[in-house]
Design a protein around this ligand. Structure first.
Ligand code: DAH
Length: 344
């Protein structure tokens, strides 16, 4: 019986040595070690042996079983590793391959500048005029008449303003100031609003001028509003928009719809005030017009100038963006060159 066991052991061992795969190993295990396997049928004969023989042969049988199990396990692990490696190799991902580039859309710099300006004014207590009170196709009545612009004013000339064909008195608005009139016709003071939007002018296009551009209009009407309030609000805006380090100046000016009127200049970002091509050698760039709302304008919309006063302002959004980001040509905003747009 001992011999039989050893024969089975030897034949199992040589089977294991010749095995080629996990599958072979499994078949060998079934052949020798399963309940119906060769080994078990021999072990059944143990019961016919003497006690003494049972002990030695039994011990040998156990030893052989254990040895075979260990050998099967070791061989199984070798095949397992080998097959795993082959599988991984086959499913390998080439991480050196460059990925597909999916470009992301971005907010246009004029839009983000507008959003930033609007949010500064919102923080200063201004609200935004609904778009129906600030139309781009306007009448001369709102764009000029109600703003106290005389009939013979040069701005009304077709050289400066686009008139809509076959529609007398209809223009593409040349300024956002008309929104002031719409708001005052629709709302009683106190009024504290801003209104951004596109305006059109019949200009020769160059680095500084385009035939459409964007403005943001502001209007604050209440009791006891003074020029001091105007300066306070605009200086605070400039401080928040540019940071406190940028020099500015108020310069007296004239607009038909404000009295007194002023313009605000910011030190030229390109030359730091030394004077260059962009600022025309002055070291300053104008960013807005402003003033105390003219009594005639208030009267026109039925607001009593004895009770109320207010200020208004209009600033160029392109100008503000150009100053902040050192952009030296207004046309860059409109020709959609990706090399420009991608920088924002
Ligand atoms: N509308 C003027 C322009 O386009 C700018 C302006 C000046 C607006 C004074 C105002 C203001 O509201 O009070 O040049």
């Amino acid at each position: 019986m001992k011999e039989q066991l050893e024969n089975i052991y030897n034949s199992a061992k040589s089977d294991i040595d010749n095995a080629q795969s996990i599958n072979d190993i499994e078949n060998i295990r079934l052949k020798y070690l399963s309940r119906k396997g060769e080994f078990n049928s021999i072990k059944k004969g143990l019961k016919d042996l003497s006690d003494e023989e049972k002990r030695t042969v039994g011990a040998l049988a156990n030893q052989i079983t254990k040895d075979l199990e260990d050998m099967l396990k070791a061989k199984h692990d070798v095949f397992y590793q080998k097959e795993l490696r082959a599988k991984l190799e086959q499913e390998r991902i080439d991480i050196t391959l460059s990925s597909k580039f999916t470009p992301l859309g971005k907010i246009h710099p004029l839009t983000s500048t507008t959003n930033e300006i609007v949010s500064i004014f919102q923080n200063l207590g201004f609200s935004v005029v609904p778009t129906e009170l600030s139309p781009e196709v306007e009448t001369e009545y709102y764009n000029f008449d109600m703003l106290n612009v005389p009939k013979e004013h040069p701005a009304r000339d077709v050289q400066d303003t686009f008139y809509v064909k076959d529609m007398p008195g209809v223009v593409l608005r040349s300024q956002t100031s008309g929104a002031q009139i719409h708001v005052m016709e629709n709302q009683k003071p106190p009024i504290k609003v801003v209104s951004p939007g596109r305006v059109y002018r019949n200009e020769n296009i160059n680095a500084r001028k385009n035939n459409f551009f964007h403005q943001i209009e502001g209007l604050y009407i209440d009791k006891d509003i003074t020029f001091g309030d105007l300066k306070g609000v605009l200086n605070e805006f400039i401080r928040l928009y540019f940071g406190s380090t940028r020099p500015t100046r108020f310069r007296s000016s004239f607009f038909p719809f404000t009295e007194p009127s002023a313009e605000v200049d910011v030190q030229c970002i390109m030359c730091q005030g030394k004077g260059c091509r962009i600022c025309g050698g002055t070291g300053w760039l104008e960013i807005l017009g402003c003033g105390m709302v003219d009594i005639n304008v208030l009267k026109g919309v039925g607001i009593d100038p004895e009770v109320y006063s207010g200020f208004a302002f209009g600033m160029g959004i392109e100008r503000l963006a150009m100053l902040k980001y050192a952009i030296d040509d207004i046309r860059l905003f409109f020709n959609n060159d990706k090399r420009f747009l991608e920088q924002f």
